[in-house]
Design a protein around this ligand. Structure first.
Ligand SMILES: O=C[C@H](O)COP(=O)(O)O
Length: 253
């Protein structure tokens, strides 16, 4: 049984005060004994305030990226040891906005993932195809390549400490969600590919869906056999909608 996980990716939004308030509202609104694991990923600079707010709550704090190095002359980067010092237990790696806007390739994503693993931070590895790639029938080939690039570096066993997030680029921030069937088809494919390398790991790794998940469509997505929760962008910026999504995940348990 895989425990559902719902993570809010706040992207480059908010202020120190609004981030702290949102964290408090989420923690305060979770049902008692919530069966869903919950995390939030604020901007780096808000991590200390959010982590402080979430102390003694079950809500995990994550970063939106992590450096591929531990320390040194790497301007603009934040390392896994630094994140750990501020209580981060999660880090998104390979988000499509990093890949497409900032040119992060598979090798860099794999190195970032590897550093998170080395330091006991759970990487949320994002993979997913663009609209052009989907229309060219390349969806499976793209996610296979993105995933294998990481496994070649970190090994299949690293998935015991990691989470995969399938995020079709065409569904991110567009309001155009993948149908539950479209998402399930890719999630099942990912799990099948992993099973060829390690059946037990494939069965236990969580695969989240991300891309325009909201309070209205979450339940039908989370009802699919291989969707184990969500990585939520826009709808994670309002406590009510994020909590409704967490509730939808709880109903699958
Ligand atoms: O990391 C989250 C994804 O990019 C999804 O964003 P979205 O829910 O705003 O489409």
């Amino acid at each position: 049984m895989r425990q559902p996980l719902v993570v809010g990716n706040w992207k480059m939004n908010g202020t120190r005060t609004s981030a702290r308030d949102l964290a408090a509202a989420i923690a305060g609104g979770l049902p008692a004994n919530c069966p869903v694991a919950v995390g939030v990923c604020p901007s780096f600079v808000f991590i200390p305030a959010v982590a402080e707010q979430l102390q003694d709550t079950p809500v995990q704090v994550g970063a939106q990226n992590v450096a591929d190095q531990d320390a040194g002359a790497f301007t603009g980067e934040v390392s896994a040891p630094m994140l750990k010092e501020f209580g981060c237990t999660l880090a998104i790696v390979g988000h499509s906005e990093r890949r497409l806007i900032y040119g992060e390739g598979d090798a860099l994503v794999a190195a970032r993932y590897q550093k998170a693993i080395e330091h006991g931070i759970c990487p949320l590895l994002c993979i997913g195809e663009t609209l052009e790639q989907r229309e060219a029938g390349e969806t499976f080939a793209v996610v296979d390549r993105q995933l294998q690039a990481v496994l070649d570096v970190a090994g299949i066993d690293s998935l015991k400490q990691a989470v995969i997030a399938y995020e079709p680029v065409w569904a991110i921030g567009t309001g155009r969600t993948a149908t539950p069937q479209q998402a399930q088809e890719v999630h099942a494919h990912i799990r099948r590919q992993l099973a060829a390398q390690g059946e037990e790991i494939a069965a236990q790794v969580r695969i989240l869906y991300g891309g325009s998940v909201n309070a209205d469509n979450a339940a039908s997505l989370f009802a699919m056999a291989d969707i184990d929760g969500g990585l939520i962008g826009g709808a994670s910026l309002k406590a009510d909608s994020f909590l409704s999504i967490v509730k939808a995940a709880a109903q699958t348990v």
